[in-house]
Design a protein. Structure first.
Length: 259
């Protein structure tokens, strides 16, 4: 097979969700749906279902870095996506590994499970702000995460500005967790901002943020410009939610097999 016909590789650094709704399973499915090849590195094992996270066990930081380093040395990685990091030590190890590289980097700062469980302490928040966001092409917090990362800001625009000041190139603040009739997302960057509005679907979904961030990473790996990648991945994610399944006793799981 000619190398030009091979899929681009996305290095995924995230935690495992045994329900398959979020985490590495979601990332793998979304990256694959975009036509890219997922290379998953596990940062944590979680005890969770479609209702909530009950326990998180962070992987050894050196093991995380060793996994990712070998992938970077062996495969033609074209983009990187970060999900659950689970500990500040893992976050620092990942930042050290990625520092100095020019790969597109999508950072989904997973701070709380959709069921409410807390997934990041204040030390990890500082690692995001000081070490990971400065490397990021795109940061994708939801409303809750943006408020926790930039608590002094008064509105979404102010929170985005605070995150951009860390060195991140773009910030996509998502509004699915807000109490609004429609879902309002906003992409911020040096050139201004762009608003997106999506019909709000009934129900609560497990793994929508993972799906969106990984979809964007897959498209960036293929060379799609960032603004177009953000729009296309939002459309894909909305369709996965519209056709989602309630496989367990809790939240719906996106149907990431949609085309």
């Amino acid at each position: 097979m000619q190398r030009a016909s091979l899929p681009p590789v996305v290095l995924i650094i995230a935690g495992n969700d045994p329900s398959g709704g979020a985490g590495l399973a979601a990332d793998i499915q979304a990256v694959s749906a975009m036509g890219a090849h997922p290379a998953p590195v596990a940062t944590a094992l979680t005890v969770q279902d479609t209702r909530d996270v009950h326990r998180v066990v962070a992987a050894d930081p050196g093991l995380v870095a060793e996994q990712a380093q070998l992938v970077l040395e062996d495969l033609p990685v074209a983009a990187v996506k970060l999900g659950l990091l689970a500990s500040a030590a893992v976050g620092r190890a990942v930042a050290a590994l990625l520092r100095g590289r020019t790969l597109p980097l999508v950072v989904d700062p997973v701070l709380k499970a959709s069921g409410g469980g807390r997934l990041a302490d204040d030390e990890l928040l500082q690692v995001y702000m000081q070490e990971l966001f400065p490397l990021a092409t795109l940061v994708t917090p939801n409303g809750h995460e943006a408020r926790r990362l930039a608590p002094q800001a008064l509105d979404a625009a102010g929170r985005a500005e605070a995150l951009l000041k860390t060195g991140a190139t773009h910030v996509l603040i998502k509004g699915a967790d807000e109490a609004t009739a429609e879902v309002h997302n906003a992409l911020y960057g040096a050139g201004g901002h762009r608003d997106y509005t999506w019909p709000r679907l009934p129900g609560v979904y497990h793994g929508s943020g993972c799906t969106l961030a990984s979809g964007i990473a897959g498209l960036l790996a293929k060379g799609v410009p960032l603004t177009a990648a953000v729009e296309q991945a939002q459309r894909y994610t909305w369709e996965t939610l519209k056709q989602g399944w309630q496989l367990g006793h809790g939240q719906f799981i996106p149907n990431r097999q949609v085309h």
